[in-house]
Write a protein that binds this ligand. Structure first.
Ligand code: SD4
Length: 330
């Protein structure tokens, strides 16, 4: 679909979507028309943590073809899961301290449905397994061996996710075994993605191999609904990257969506989310957290503790990588 046609459809999608409840709820037709005029038009957009142009381009391609936000975020983050040069996500991810690559991911749609996998091994696309959990099971989260079995039963192939590069780095790390989470790993880290489609619906996904050389069994924020990701179709969505333990402690993404519900802009909400983490840590800030958010109007924001975090957006206005404002100045 050509961009212009897509935009036209976006507008039509918005009008179509909004006319039903407005006509129902209004006393007369002119009131309904006024409310429709006052409602902001749908603004399809994709936003992702870090500079991941292939991922956002893929998600936008899905939206441009009239696809759903849910398909867009799944297809988008799969690009990073498949990219072995990204050692924080999917195949090629850095292992835990025992040499096992263990993946975490979640996905959430416009109806509040969600699915998640934690400590998943040998399966390259955890986000798609998370979607299957959401769509095919009565549960929200599957872990470890059970998640792997579920994936295989549903047609996913088992494969070795530890690349030679990640294995060598792990062998080197074992010489000192010093656990020191790295801030802003090569500007390429956990990927969280949010999208709004032409119908005005919001979805999000988050996927990671977690902190490199973590303890065996450790799970971070990324697959935890409310912590690493949260979407409320009436309000907006948020997602996180960085030290997962700190995001879990503040239920960061849920907090940011609730702050937007109270009237904060996505930028203000991300800043407040980071401020809460800073407050809890009383000045000890030797770690990174980055939040991004989008509201129902397609406005975006991002904020982090340490300089160096960026996020990428793709909309009808074009695509760009934006350096996030940070608590600690650059
Ligand atoms: C985690 N938030 O597992 C993820 C990983 C990450 O920098 O973003 N690492 O805690």
């Amino acid at each position: 679909m050509k961009r212009r046609k897509f935009l036209k459809n976006s507008g039509l999608g918005a009008a179509g979507l909004m006319s039903v409840p407005l006509v129902k709820g209004c006393a007369n037709e002119s009131e309904s028309k006024k409310e429709q005029k006052d409602s902001p038009p749908v603004r399809p957009i994709v936003i992702a943590t870090w500079d991941v142009p292939n991922a956002t381009a893929k998600a936008w391609e899905v939206l441009e073809k009239g696809g759903s936000a849910l398909d867009a975020v799944e297809q988008g983050v799969r690009m990073e899961e498949a990219d072995i040069s990204n050692q924080s996500v999917g195949k090629g991810g850095r292992p835990d301290r025992e040499g096992n690559v263990t993946l975490d991911a979640c996905i959430m749609d416009q109806l509040g449905n969600c699915g998640s996998v934690v400590y998943l091994q040998n399966i390259a696309h955890p986000v798609s397994v998370a979607r299957k959990v959401m769509e095919e099971t009565p549960h929200v989260m599957l872990a470890g061996k059970g998640a792997e079995k579920f994936a295989v039963d549903n047609g996913f192939n088992r494969e070795n996710l530890l690349t030679e590069k990640s294995r060598k780095e792990w062998e080197d790390w074992k010489k000192t075994s010093k656990y020191q989470p790295v801030i802003n790993i090569e500007n390429h880290d956990t990927i969280g993605m949010l999208a709004i489609d032409a119908q005005g619906n919001l979805s999000g996904a988050c996927t990671t191999s977690g902190m490199a050389y973590k303890m065996a069994g450790r799970v971070g924020d990324s697959p935890i609904i409310g912590a690493g990701l949260f979407v409320d179709n009436e309000i907006g969505g948020a997602t996180a990257t960085g030290m997962g333990e700190e995001v879990v402690r503040t239920v960061g993404s849920f907090l940011i969506v609730e702050l937007m519900r109270q009237g904060k802009s996505p930028q203000e909400a991300c800043e407040e989310g980071v401020r809460r983490i800073i407050e809890k840590n009383k000045g000890k800030l030797d770690f990174q957290i980055g939040f991004i958010a989008v509201n129902k109007n397609g406005e975006t924001g991002g904020y982090c503790i340490q300089p160096g975090f960026t996020y990428r957006t793709y909309s009808s206005e074009g695509h760009q990588n934006t350096p996030s404002a940070s608590h600690i100045p650059s």
